[in-house]
Design a protein around this ligand. Structure first.
Ligand SMILES: [Zn+2]
Length: 239
């Protein structure tokens, strides 16, 4: 859009003739016309034309119903219809065209960059726990859960984390020091806040990630020591 905005500023056109559908962010006096392949739509009734435009606009949107489309063949772009081998349990898992998927057998959720996430950051997305740890846990019949170290790794990447311990939910916020030049995921400098959800008085601040990893505690027991009893550990807003 930068080029478009600059064009609007410099040329100040009285009209912009737009081939096919304009983007929402385009400003100015826009006259859109449909490509010649859609010329036949000029014979449609207004109601059908509105339907046609809706379909044309939404045909790449995920989660819609095929039955709502009359003019286009609708294929959900995020439908998981490719079979791959689950990297954790070895069963058949399903992924979408972008390589994001799920294994119904073991419950593993994965992204196409699984190897990169593990190698560079020691985590996975969207599960947090690394595939190597997940494979060990699967073999032992344990549920997937990030180790304390992986939780710390995740913190550097996701910044906002959550964990559940004895049915209480805790939050961890990592405020990276934005004045630092090196912006790698390993960058540890920045304040960390640790708190029990909805309990304002529980807020404790730490100087940096290592300080948090070494000193964070719940009622006097270090977080790293009670980790085995943590029932859930993930980043916030993970689905
Ligand atoms: Zn699996």
């Amino acid at each position: 859009m930068l080029g478009y905005n600059e064009m609007m500023k410099r040329i100040k056109p009285s009209v912009v003739i737009c081939y096919d559908e304009p983007f929402k962010s385009m400003t100015g006096n826009i006259k859109e016309f449909l490509p010649t392949t859609y010329e036949w739509t000029k014979d449609l009734s207004l109601k059908d034309l509105i339907q046609f435009k809706w379909e044309k606009h939404n045909r790449n949107v995920s989660g819609l119903d095929k039955k709502d489309f009359q003019f286009f063949d609708y294929d959900d772009p995020y439908v998981k219809d490719q079979m791959v081998k689950c990297s954790i349990c070895g069963s058949v898992a399903l992924q979408d065209q972008y390589g994001n998927g799920e294994c119904k057998n073991c419950g593993w959720k994965f992204s196409k960059d699984e190897k990169m996430y593990e190698e560079k950051m020691g985590i996975s997305y969207p599960m947090l726990v690394s595939p190597t740890t997940a494979r060990e846990q699967y073999k032992k019949g344990l549920p997937f859960k990030a180790t304390f170290e992986e939780f710390i790794n995740g913190m550097k990447f996701y910044s906002e984390m959550t964990l559940t311990y004895k049915n209480k939910i805790y939050g961890v916020f990592f405020y990276r020091d934005k004045t630092l030049k090196a912006k790698t995921f390993q960058e540890e400098d920045g304040q960390v806040e640790f708190f029990e959800d909805t309990v304002n008085s529980s807020l404790v601040k730490f100087d940096n990630v290592s300080d948090f990893a070494n000193k964070a505690n719940i009622n006097g027991t270090l977080l790293k020591e009670l980790w085995k009893d943590v029932s859930f550990a993930g980043f916030m807003y993970c689905g």
